[in-house]
Design a protein around this ligand. Structure first.
Ligand code: C2E
Ligand code: CA
Ligand code: CA
Ligand code: CA
Length: 275
C-alpha cells in the first residue's frame, strides 16, 4: 500500500509538473497573442424584452491558438490578469470594439468587459477617453461591464476611476450580479447604470422557485434604485416568458443569438433600406 501511495504521489507530482509547464507556455504565448493577431472579438446581441429590438452587443474575447485551437476566456483571462498581459489585451479589445461600433449605421450600444486589473491600473480613464476620441465613438454608446469582485480590491480607488469614466459620458453595468460579495452597498455607492443578472439565476427561473425569487428580488431592487436590469444566459422561451412577466428590461442569451463575428449580425447593425 505504501508502495502504491508513493507511486500515486510521483504520478501526481509528474502531472503537476505538466500543469506548471502548460501554464508557463500559455503565459508565454499570451504575451504575444495581440501582436500575432490571434485574438478576435465575437459579439452577442442584447435585446429589449418588451419590443424585441436589439439595443446593443456584448463583446466577448476569443483566443485562436495555432496549436490549441480556441482557448476559452475563462481559462486565459485569469492567467493574463496574474501576469499583467490583460492590460495590453484589454486595451486591444476596447480599441477594436469601439472602432467596430463606430462604423455601424445604427447607434447601438457596445458592452465591453473590464477586468479588475485594468480598472485599478493607473491611467484607465485617460485610456478610455483617448480611445473614444481616436475612434469617434459617442461615449454614451460605450458600456463597461464590471464585476463586484473587480471593485473590492480597492473600493475607493475603483470608485474614483469609475466616476472619472462616468464623467466622460460612458455607461457602467454591474456584471454577474448576485455571484460576488456585498452587492447591496456597492450598488448604492457606485455609479451603475445597469444590473446584469448572472446566467446561473436566469437558467433556473423555470425549474427552481429559489432562483425565481432571487430574480424577482433583483428586479425589485433595480426598480427601487431606478436601474434597468438585463438577464444573461436566456436560452428558452420559458425563461423569457418569466422575465417578460416580471418586467425585466433586457435579455441576452442563446435564444437571441450565440456570440459570433459581427458579420453574422450585419442585419441588426444596418438600417432597413427604404421601400
Ligand atoms: P460574462 O461576462 O458573464 O459573459 C457571458 C458568458 O456567457 C459568455 O461566455 C457567453 O458566451 C456566455 N453565454 C451567453 N449566452 C449564453 C447562454 O444562453 N447560455 C450559456 N450557457 N452561456 C451563454 P464566454 O464568452 O466564454 O466568456 C466567459 C467570461 O470571460 C465572461 O463572462 C467574462 O467574464 C470573460 N470575458 C470574455 N471576454 C472578455 C474580455 O474582453 N475582457 C475581460 N476582462 N473578460 C472577458
Ligand atoms: Ca459580461
Ligand atoms: Ca455572467
Ligand atoms: Ca431553464
Amino acid at each position: 500500500a505504501k508502495q502504491e501511495g508513493r507511486g500515486r504521489l510521483r504520478f501526481y507530482e509528474a502531472r503537476m509538473g505538466v500543469q506548471v509547464r502548460e501554464r508557463r507556455r500559455l503565459e508565454h504565448d499570451l504575451r504575444h497573442a495581440v501582436e500575432r493577431g490571434q485574438l478576435r472579438v465575437v459579439y452577442q446581441p442584447q435585446t429589449r424584452i418588451d419590443s424585441g429590438e436589439t439595443v446593443g452587443f456584448e463583446a466577448l474575447l476569443r483566443w485562436h491558438h495555432p496549436e490549441r485551437g480556441t482557448v476559452p476566456p475563462n481559462l486565459f483571462i485569469p492567467i493574463s490578469e496574474e501576469t499583467g498581459s490583460i492590460l495590453g489585451i484589454g486595451e486591444w479589445v476596447l480599441r477594436e470594439t469601439c472602432r467596430e461600433a463606430a462604423s455601424w449605421e445604427k447607434p447601438l450600444r457596445i458592452a465591453v468587459n473590464v477586468s479588475a486589473v485594468q480598472l485599478h491600473a493607473p491611467g484607465f480613464s485617460e485610456l478610455v477617453h483617448e480611445i473614444l476620441f481616436t475612434t469617434g465613438l459617442a461615449p454614451a454608446r460605450l458600456e463597461l461591464e464590471i464585476t463586484e469582485t473587480a471593485l473590492i480590491r480597492d473600493l475607493p480607488r475603483a470608485l474614483a476611476t469609475l466616476r472619472r469614466v462616468k464623467a466622460l459620458g460612458v455607461r457602467i453595468a454591474m456584471d454577474d450580479f448576485g455571484t460576488g460579495y456585498s452587492s447591496l452597498s456597492n450598488l448604492r455607492a457606485f455609479p451603475f447604470d445597469k444590473i446584469k443578472i448572472d446566467a446561473s439565476f436566469t437558467r433556473a427561473v423555470d425549474s427552481s422557485e429559489q432562483a425565481a425569487t432571487i430574480v424577482r428580488t433583483v428586479l425589485g431592487l433595480g426598480r427601487g434604485l431606478g436601474l434597468p436590469v438585463l438577464a444573461e444566459g436566456v436560452e428558452t422561451r420559458g425563461e423569457l416568458a418569466f422575465l417578460d412577466a416580471e418586467a425585466c428590461h433586457e435579455a441576452q442569451g442563446y435564444l437571441f443569438g450565440r456570440p459570433a463575428p459581427i458579420d453574422t449580425f450585419r442585419h441588426l447593425t444596418t438600417k432597413a433600406p427604404r421601400t
